[in-house]
Ligand binder design. Structure first.
Ligand SMILES: Cc1cc2nc3c(=O)[nH]c(=O)nc-3n(C[C@H](O)[C@H](O)[C@H](O)COP(=O)(O)OP(=O)(O)OC[C@H]3O[C@@H](n4cnc5c(N)ncnc54)[C@H](O)[C@@H]3O)c2cc1C
Length: 435
């Protein structure tokens, strides 16, 4: 039983919870962090690309100690049909900089390291403990939590909910609605091990350079979703995810979808000879801006995936998690120093601060995109990738047919698919949603 009263309790030890607990403890607040997993990282799943900027703002010297795999020098974006991919690749030696911008990581190792920094900063980290409910006073203010360890309450001035996408504590306490099957993706991921020199030869890499492939197209069998392949030091992370409501109607399981992706002629040679040692599945909040729940109330704040902070268009989540965790903690520190109450009104400062960051600016900018893609999935994840592939094939195949005839054939294939108006409409909606 813990009798002390804390300045803050942080529920969850993923990137958002660790960012919050570290920032609070470093500023001298008395912090208890509670994690249901055996250790920080044991329950967490990510691709995983780490965006340096968000972590640098919390631990500037992280590159000297954090377990990082490869820094990314090349980004490939593919649209795929069943036999081909059409790619946009960007590779630059500029990314071989002193302080690289993005890295691949293994979450189990990375989160463990981040958690060690939280402990070093002075927070108490309680693992293998699940927060079961929030404790409220007679005025309905949150004043602590209950866990599965003992029925008695642990008290704090504020509770930061960093419990991830499911957010059951918040949900059970009526702070947020249930997740909607339309705004959450189910992703499955495997780790394929290969000797590092094989990975380097296969992806044209030297030393710790790395490559990222993000892919969409018929690989998701008409469902709204994407796939990825990331190079680690001695392994390759490969995964695919689709919106849950699509999976519910589909006649393919997530695992079978991943098998099909791995056997695609553009992917298979990249994995050949590898040994698959890990398999994981996890939800990703993909509803964007409109899915963000209430973020603060009397005595509580929501951060990270629990607040649906994922930019699905740009495949960013952990950086939004760390940024919202840091800003929530900075708000609490600010109020604590001014000896102000952790009231609903005062904690709205967190929302005001978030508005100034890339987190809210980006989510607002792209707020129409998730629905647009999902409502037109038969085009974006079916018809268009096929048409692009057909056009490329017609164009690149040298077969004695003149180029004017080829241009006409490409044009006809778009028209004959009765898509011209559809394409113009989708392009118009896409541009409007983007702006
Ligand atoms: C397959 C996949 C690939 C991804 N790829 C990328 C990527 O490449 N780059 C990127 O930036 N993002 C990526 N993301 C998103 C990223 O993983 C998340 O945005 C990020 O992990 C969110 O961090 P978090 O701390 O909010 O939540 P989480 O990492 O989910 O952490 C929540 C923690 O809370 C704990 N918890 C939950 N309930 C309780 C409770 N009641 N009591 C105590 N503890 C509790 C959990 O055990 C967990 O440790 C990916 C996600 C998936 C699933």
């Amino acid at each position: 039983m813990i009798d002390e009263r804390f300045d803050a309790i942080v529920v969850g030890a993923g990137p958002s919870g660790n960012a919050a607990a570290y920032t609070l403890a470093k500023e001298g607040l008395k912090v208890l962090q509670i994690e249901r997993g055996e250790y920080s990282g044991s329950k967490n799943v990510q691709g995983a690309i780490l965006y340096a900027d968000a972590l640098e703002k919390i631990i500037p010297e992280f590159r000297e100690e954090a377990p990082l795999e490869r820094h990314i020098i090349e980004q490939r974006i593919w649209t795929m049909d069943d036999k081909s991919h059409t790619g946009m690749h960007y590779r630059s030696d500029d990314f071989n900089e002193e302080k690289p911008n993005r890295y691949t990581i293994l979450r189990a190792q990375f989160d463990k390291w981040f958690s060690s920094k939280v402990k070093e900063a002075g927070a108490i980290v309680l693992c293998e403990t699940t927060v079961t409910e929030l404790v409220r006073d007679t005025q309905d203010r949150v004043i602590g939590v209950r866990t599965d360890r003992s029925g008695s309450a642990i008290m704090a001035n504020v509770v930061i909910l960093a419990e991830g996408v499911n957010g059951l504590v918040g949900q059970r306490s009526g702070l947020r609605p249930e997740l909607e099957a339309d705004s959450v993706a189910l992703a499955v991921k495997e780790m394929h091990f290969l000797p590092r020199e094989v990975i380097e030869a296969r992806f044209n890499l030297t030393g710790n350079e790395g490559v990222v492939i993000e892919a969409m197209g018929t690989i998701t069998k008409g469902m709204t979703g994407t796939a990825f392949l990331y190079t680690n030091e001695e392994s390759i992370s490969v995964g695919i995810g689709c919106i849950v409501s699509d999976f519910a109607k589909a006649d393919i399981t997530p695992y079978a979808l991943l098998e099909t992706f791995k056997n695609h002629p553009s992917i298979k040679p990249l994995l050949v000879g590898s040994e698959c040692k890990e398999y994981a599945a996890h939800l990703i909040p993909e509803g964007g801006y409109k899915a963000i729940p209430q973020l603060v109330g009397a005595g509580w704040i929501v951060v990270g995936d629990a607040g649906q902070f994922v930019n699905a268009v740009h495949r960013e989540g952990s950086n939004l998690a760390m940024t919202t965790g840091r800003i929530a903690a900075e708000t609490v520190v600010w109020l604590h120093r001014r000896r102000e109450a952790m009231s609903h009104e005062n904690l709205k400062e967190y929302e005001r601060r978030l508005e100034q960051t890339f987190v809210m600016k980006d989510l607002k900018k792209y707020k129409g995109i998730p629905d647009l893609l999902h409502n037109n999935k038969q085009n974006f994840f079916g018809l268009y990738p096929k048409l692009i592939s057909q056009a490329m094939q017609t164009w690149f195949r040298v077969d004695g047919v003149d180029k004017i005839s080829k241009e006409n054939e490409i044009f006809r294939s778009f028209r004959s698919a009765r898509t011209l108006f559809g394409i113009i409409g989708d392009a118009f909606r896409l541009v409007r949603a983007w702006r």
